[in-house]
Design a protein around this ligand. Structure first.
Ligand code: ATP
Ligand code: MG
Length: 110
């Protein structure tokens, strides 16, 4: 089965700051993944790239066979309007323990 999300040697630089240093991993359809790391480790940067809100510097971020590295700005607008990202980020009711929801009112992955 093809992975729904394929991250390959992904690098994101903001000027001289390297926020993502060549990360690689795959997520299969239906798989549950928690993205964890200290503040500043690049979680939001990665989520923004997967959501088409930010571009990457090099490497590949492939969602449902679409390589985000190859999309133009107009393509990214269309990509954001599709439901890909909703399916990636949706957390069904009850999936997050009550005590976690109280302390973290925002989206689980950002
Ligand atoms: N738009 C930006 N311009 C410049 N640097 C940025 C930008 N966005 C993030 N960074 C830097 O990239 C690195 C990763 O930041 P990011 O926000 O992705 O981390 P995070 O893991 O989401 O942190 P937190 O847990 O605090 O939300 C940090 O050093 C941050 O200062
Ligand atoms: Mg963040």
């Amino acid at each position: 089965m093809n992975a729904q999300v394929r991250i390959e040697s992904l690098v994101k630089e903001y000027g001289t700051l390297r926020a993502l240093n060549g990360i690689s991993f795959h997520i299969q359809a239906g798989e549950w993944v928690a993205l964890m790391g200290p503040s500043g480790s690049g979680k939001t940067t990665l989520i923004n790239i997967l959501g088409g809100l930010d571009t990457l510097t090099s490497g590949h971020a492939i969602v449902d066979g679409v390589d985000l590295a190859k999309l133009s700005e107009n393509d990214l607008v269309r990509y954001r309007a599709e439901e890909n990202w909703l399916r990636l980020s949706a957390v069904p009711p009850g999936a997050v323990p009550e005590r976690h929801r109280e302390r973290n009112a925002g989206p689980v992955l950002s």
